[in-house]
Structure formats: C-alpha cells, structure tokens
Design a protein around this ligand. Structure first.
Ligand code: AMP
Length: 217
C-alpha cells in the first residue's frame, strides 16, 4: 500500500503515520525527520536545510525531491510506504507522480487530516518529542508519566526549534499557500480521503483504518 498523509503542521500526521507503518509493516517516510537528522549530524544536506527549517520555510523542491526519490527506491519500500510531510507543493506532487511512474507504481490513497489553525498552534507549542525513539507527547493531552522523560524508552524529551509560536504561524501560512492546493490535485485524481483531525488520537486512527480497509491496494 502506497500512502500519503496530508495535513497542516501539527495535524497529527506523524503520530498516525507511525501507527499505520507499524500496523501494515511498511516504512514511514518523513522528509521532516530525514532533514532533522541531517541537521543534527551536520551533513551538507543539513547545512543547506537548516535556515529554511528554522524560519518555518520550505526547503527547496529539488532538495526534498532528491531525498524522496532515493528513499523510495530502497528495498524496504517495495511492499509499500507512507509518506509523511511530502509532497508539500504541486511541483513535488508532480515529481512524485513521475517517480512512481518510473517505478511502475501508483499512490493508492491520500489521507487528508483536517485541523483548524488555532488548534494546530495549541498542539504544536505543547508538543515534545523523544530524542531517542521519536515518540510524540503533548504536555496537556498526552503528557509523559515523568516530566521530560519518554515513557516508551526512557529517552530525553525535547521541543523542536521550529515549534515556537512565531515559527508555527509561518509554517501554517506556508501550508495554506503551498500545500493546500494539493487537496484539489488529489481530489481530481479520485484518491483523496478526508478525516476530522480534531478528534482524539484513537478516533482519528480508527477513521483512517476504516478508509484503508476499504481501498484496494
Ligand atoms: P515537518 O516535520 O514535516 O513539519 O517538517 C519540518 C520542516 O522541514 C518544514 O517546516 C520544512 O522546513 C522542512 N520540510 C519537511 N518536508 C518538506 C517538504 N516536503 N518540502 C519542503 N520542506 C520540507
């Protein structure tokens, strides 16, 4: 099954993508995670991406398209994958169509997780992530048992540099301008499925599972 998770920053894409990846035994391909790892390691890619990311801007299309192309042609993506945070522009979506065509594959479903801006901001500023295993917490709705420590692996929790309110507002504006047009792009292809992302994590999860149960892949 080849899937895309679409939605504003903080809509819950990452949380749901991890769950679906585990459930279906397919890799989660998150361009945000790949870029953050490159920044942390100080690679050439990381050096190029860092400024854009810290300002809440998109990293240039040719850079992320290259990353995705390389990632999707790896062996573990043969059975399927779930794209989280890509595509984010029409140019990226068109490039993805081309990559899929070259591999003789297609996207089976695009899940659009809907959440309004005010809700997104509230979620993101309270978001904390485990440095070690990537588990995602919310200080109010899904707090860790022990302050600053991951329940799952004991790793240290941190706040992303771009999760500060001003940057979040900019990321949302970028989302509206560049990413929202993808909703129509995939609607026209007949593969877009909307879910209400304001519900709690489990409710969103079961909505997604019921959609995936109905599509053929
Ligand atoms: P995310 O973790 O998906 O919210 O991504 C964090 C940041 O990484 C974004 O604000 C962008 O700066 C960059 N990024 C991630 N995915 C993409 C993409 N598909 N296109 C451009 N920039 C991206």
């Amino acid at each position: 099954m080849n899937l895309i998770l679409l939605g504003a920053p903080g809509a819950g894409k990452g949380t749901q993508a991890k769950f679906i990846a585990e459930k279906y035994g397919i890799p989660q391909v998150s361009t945000g995670d790949i870029l953050r790892e490159a920044v942390a390691k100080g690679t050439e890619l990381g050096r190029k991406a860092k400024e854009f990311m810290n300002q809440g801007k998109l990293v240039p299309d040719e850079i992320v398209i290259g990353i995705v192309k390389e990632r999707l042609t790896q062996k573990d993506c043969e059975k399927g994958f779930i794209l989280d945070g890509f595509p984010r522009t029409i140019a990226q979506a068109e490039a993805l169509d081309k990559i899929m065509g070259e591999m003789g594959k297609e996207i089976d479903a695009v899940i659009n997780v809907n959440v309004p801006e005010e809700e997104v901001v509230k979620r993101i500023v309270n978001r904390r992530i485990c440095k070690k295993c990537g588990a995602i917490y919310h200080l109010i709705h899904n707090p860790p048992k022990k302050n600053g420590v991951c329940d799952k692996c004991g790793g240290e929790l941190y706040q992303r540099d771009d999760d500060r309110e001003e940057v979040v507002r900019e990321r949302f504006a970028v989302y509206k301008r560049s990413t929202q047009p993808l909703i129509d792009y995939y609607k026209k292809k007949g593969i877009l499925y909307d879910v209400d992302g304001t519900k709690d994590v489990e409710a969103v999860r079961s909505e997604i599972l019921s959609i995936l149960g109905k599509i053929k892949a």
